[in-house]
Design a protein around this ligand. Sequence first.
Ligand SMILES: [Fe+2]
Length: 352
Amino acid sequence: MKQKFILLLLGILSIQNVCAASFDSEEAPQDFLIKLFHHSSLQEPTAEVIAEINAEFKRVGYIAAEGVPGFGDAYQHYLDVERQFAALPNEIKAKCIGPNYAARGYSEGVEVLNPQDTKPVADTYKGSLYAAVPDDSSNVWPDESLPELRNAYQEVAEILLNAGRKILPLVGFTHEHVKGLGRGLHYKSVPSGEEDGNPNWCGDHRDHGVFTCLCPEAFFKDGVAVPRPENSGLYIEGKPVGVSLEGALSRNIAFFQMGEVIELMTNGKVRATNHLVKKARDGSEHFALAVFVDPEGEVLIDLRTCPQEVREKYADRLTEEDFAREYVTFEEWNARSLAKYNPKELAPTTDK
Ligand SMILES: [Fe+2]
């Protein structure tokens, strides 16, 4: 009984312990600070923690969790190895391009995340390395050139996925069979004076899956870790997140973000929010890693009680026929989303 009381107390304290100073954010407006929960408070969450998490996923669609076991060391190791991958010659990276380039292996400059704009432009300075998490035979790794990458990537990705799995039931997502899809991101250094009409490394979008587990952004300039350059990096609904990498690594802080599927499944009870990554203009490069959590393809997204505002928000990928039969499968939703953001004309030529 006494132990339970202490756990309860720790849970409350961990929520109250959310403030600007604890988060090392120099730029985020006070009313837009990302709330920080302690990982332990997510293991056996109190009703108060559950309510608070849901409120945050409604407000900004994004939370942080401190104390994710092993996260900081694993992410640091991943960054060390991934930076070696990023430095490999293009022809070696091209060997990691697979036929399913939007979900496995390497790709670069193939995604258009602002297709609603009159002049859509691709994210040309963005490289991605996708992989199933945990590892399986569908993945494409640079095993000959950089054999350490497979394990470094999978180690941090599995830590994130396991932490994310604990959060999903708290917002009412209880499908047991979920899959992880990792995406290692390398936003390349932008040459000075370059102007391709795209101010972003990653254009404005919402994550189209269920849920995203995220590593903090890491900036490097001339091979040295640097603080986030001004006016660059991750912005959610126009507001900078601005978290320091050192703080996140030393305190094992990871991030979790709502995807569009949960917004649909919860009838808008939680919200997928628009976000983008602004280019740094000082020559810095930027690394991050995300793990998307998705259900099996045959899972139905129930549209029976979808409110009008949510219908309108997703009118680009939901049809009258979907609403008439009252569902869309995750597989259909995923395919339509990938088609929206990955125009055929930008598909890479594969070496396989
Ligand atoms: Fe995203």
